[in-house]
Design a protein around this ligand. Sequence first.
Ligand code: SF4
Length: 384
Amino acid sequence: MDAPTTTEARDLRRRLLAWYRASRRDLPWRRTRDAYRIWVSEVMLQQTRVAAVIPYYERFLERFPDVHALAAVGEDQVLAAWSGLGYYRRARSLHRGARVVVERHGGRLPRDAAALRSLPGVGSYTAGAIASIAFDLAEPAVDANVRRVLSRLFAVKARNAENDRTLDGLARGLVARGDARDLNQALMELGALVCAPETPRCDECPVRPHCRAHASGRPAEYPRPQRRSRPTEVAVAVAWIARGTSFVVERPTSGGPLRGTWDVPAVEFEPETRSARALETSVAARHGIEIQAAPAATRLVHAIMDRRLRISVHPCRLVRGRVARRPDVSWRDVSSLDDLATSGVTKKVARAMSRVVPEAQPAPGPSRGTRDPRTRRRDSPRDR
Ligand code: SF4
């Protein structure tokens, strides 16, 4: 691959910056230079679409307006605010990072990419994004969109470590001449809006005269798609232990198969084992209660990263013992799902069972998060 000449690089930058300044989307995190707020947005945007992030971002910052507010609360409160966004490891790292910023950096994010990279959960991309967007430091920020744009501009086809380093070097060269804040965001925005993975809109592209992939006539072939390994199929049985509109959730200490913080009791089982039996044994061992699991009332399929969960949901009857008041097990109301730090699977299960078992429907009446004492049921969680 030939590096761009000085004249080429200058024209490329000029075109990118002019296009970005005229066409950029008005996104909440683009209205601030506050490094904490930019950090929150970058963490939320990992693996998640912009439209899905916006309401979470706004609510999260209302709840934790600065790094001190985030560092001061317990992890449960952070996970509850994150509930529904998934990939809770991001929230835990952000929370740990906030505490490091308060303890070691006096509550200010460091103006230095290497120091940013030392924060929990902050890799090269996020450090580069914070350093350039918040502080306008000449740091590249190469995410998947930017990598694709650069691969096409410079016709880098193969995905391998050496080519990744080449693309990082090209990005560094482009931001080295100033305007890092806008230049990085211009590359990100071009990848998000114009240079789409499968159907790049070259007719609308401001840098088309410089694009070697476009000149080849087959821009979508750059970069060559990575071969994906087949997801691992995992059979999971879920216990739906419900009374009225409440159901049992647990917080597995070593992380359960559903990957939330609070989840319906679940167990992985071998295909040859009866799922209901596996569930009864597992719940008895974990919670000291005896349940009788009925045949699956509904079945779901849910993908989590490289795993494809085939889930059977079993309505369960308590036969002996009672669900103890313990920090790792709780009754929750179906109507409070949005306030629960839980996985997408548990939400899917609760919604599916609300349809299958009509009494599990959320009760009409007070809005989410409030409880009208006149309608409080004898079997509400507080009565247990
Ligand atoms: Fe992407 Fe086409 Fe623009 Fe090249 S010309 S950067 S392939 S949109």
